[in-house]
Write a protein that binds this ligand. Structure first.
Ligand SMILES: *[C@@H]1O[C@H](CO)[C@@H](O)[C@H](O)[C@H]1NC(C)=O
Ligand SMILES: *[C@@H]1O[C@H](CO)[C@@H](O)[C@H](O)[C@H]1NC(C)=O
Ligand SMILES: *[C@@H]1O[C@H](CO)[C@@H](O)[C@H](O)[C@H]1NC(C)=O
Ligand SMILES: *[C@@H]1O[C@H](CO)[C@@H](O)[C@H](O)[C@H]1NC(C)=O
Length: 386
């Protein structure tokens, strides 16, 4: 039922979808606004940040007056982009807001998945999205690349379906062989083929235009990034599945229409988190390719994450590595997991606070039809790392 069986080589041979679709008026206006917003965040991005297309995902709310210019995005002013990305920006201007949305979705999901970890995927400030820690080719860096690339596939695939982009439309995925015969195939599906291909062009562009000598640490890092970008894209591609809707007299469901639908992005986040846990440690081999550090393990597939450096110490703040440290982080006194005070505070101990927690409570159903709740306030203990 899923596109899992589709092979990527086949996909790669195909060219970009060129089916014109109606563009929605409201969509166009939203574009202009968001596009203008791009300029806002990008104008603040003057710092060196190797990964700055992610900055497209930072909140554009900082200077609302920029919303009203309604100018086309000027790709040359998006300082987060590499040369190749700038060219793609010029060719596919209407895609840029979705790349921004995708990056944002990826960052948010990363923060959710790592909310209880020492490294919590926090964005450092508005100049560099994840800070210096991304200069280390660690597992955490691997996850960040993968989830950002996944966010772009997700956003672009959905935008195609919604008729927001001029170069793609509904999915044209073939009818799954195992779909029951009397079910219709052909609702407007998420165009995950297009999303995948476009994200590959755009996200990988900045890696591919580098020209590092084979076997150099920079070249190894480029290979690592490309591998993890691909793992992220494939996660979205492979998790997309068939969704169906019933028709027929009074919900008899005698007729079904089905289409291809993206998985909830939370699912993608969970899937990639598992890939993070099982990520493969690599090193540069003799031919300048990445090879397993420990040959007893299975070689990683294109769906797996790879990393080349050990993680820095996330316990203590360190300007050199970019680690923020865990001082001031909330922890759970009774948990034995990573969110427990013992592990989170790295043995430094914790302070205890009392705070008020507000909750909905004593909810009652009233005929008909609403629920009425009270607001309860309780005093709870909170623990914060020293
Ligand atoms: C980051 O954003 C804040 C608030 O908009 C601003 O005051 C600050 O100058 C910005 N920092 C840099 C380095 O641009
Ligand atoms: C910061 O990290 C670097 C690299 O791991 C290490 O050499 C240095 O001692 C650390 N500095 C502090 C203040 O902990
Ligand atoms: C993540 O960690 C940093 C540094 O310890 C902290 O300032 C920030 O509030 C944390 N973010 C969340 C969402 O917990
Ligand atoms: C703390 O951890 C315990 C054990 O894992 C869990 O049952 C409890 O809900 C957690 N408390 C909070 C506030 O998350």
């Amino acid at each position: 039922m899923s596109p899992q069986q589709s092979t990527f080589p086949a996909l790669k041979r195909r060219t970009m979808d060129n089916r014109p679709v109606r563009t929605k008026r409201t969509g166009a206006i939203r574009h202009l606004l968001l596009a203008a917003a791009f300029l806002v965040c990008s104008s603040q991005l003057l710092m060196v940040d190797a990964n700055s297309w992610w900055s497209l995902g930072l909140t554009p709310m900082q200077r609302p007056e920029m919303y009203i210019i309604g100018a086309q995005p000027l790709c040359s002013q998006l300082s987060g982009l590499s040369q190749g990305q700038r060219k793609l920006c010029q060719l596919y201007q209407d895609h840029m807001t979705y790349i921004g949305d995708g990056a944002k979705t990826g960052i948010k999901e990363c923060q959710y998945q790592f909310r209880q970890r020492r490294w919590n995927c926090s964005t450092v400030d508005n100049t560099s999205v994840f800070g210096r820690v991304m200069q280390i080719g660690s597992r955490e860096t691997a996850f960040t690349y993968a989830i950002s690339a996944a966010g772009v596939v997700n956003a672009v695939s959905r935008a195609c379906r919604e008729g927001e982009l001029s170069t793609c439309g509904c999915s044209r995925a073939a009818r799954p062989r195992d779909l029951p015969r009397d079910w219709l195939w052909g609702g407007c599906g998420d165009n995950v083929h297009y999303g995948y291909r476009f994200a590959r062009e755009f996200v990988d562009a900045r890696e591919r235009e580098k020209n590092y000598p084979r076997g150099s640490p920079e070249h190894a890092r480029m290979l690592m990034n490309l591998h993890n970008n691909e793992a992220g894209r494939q996660a979205v591609y492979n998790l997309a599945n068939v969704a169906c809707k019933c028709h027929g007299v009074s919900g008899s469901c005698s007729l079904k229409t089905c289409w291809l639908q993206l998985a909830d992005f939370r699912r993608v986040g969970e899937f990639l988190k598992e890939k993070y846990d099982s990520a493969a440690a690599m090193r540069v081999g003799r031919k300048g390719k990445l090879e397993l550090l420990d040959k007893r393990f299975n070689p990683p597939t294109t769906q797996d994450m790879v990393y080349i450096d050990p993680s820095p110490d996330y316990c203590l703040r360190n300007e050199t590595t970019g680690s923020l440290g865990t001082q001031g982080r909330l922890c759970n006194k009774t948990s034995e997991g990573m969110d427990g005070c013992e592990l989170m505070c790295c043995g430094r101990g914790y302070d205890q606070f009392k705070t008020y927690k507000h909750e909905r409570c004593h909810c009652k159903f009233h005929w008909c039809c609403y629920v009425k709740c009270k607001r309860c306030t309780t005093l709870v203990d909170q623990f914060v790392c020293k």
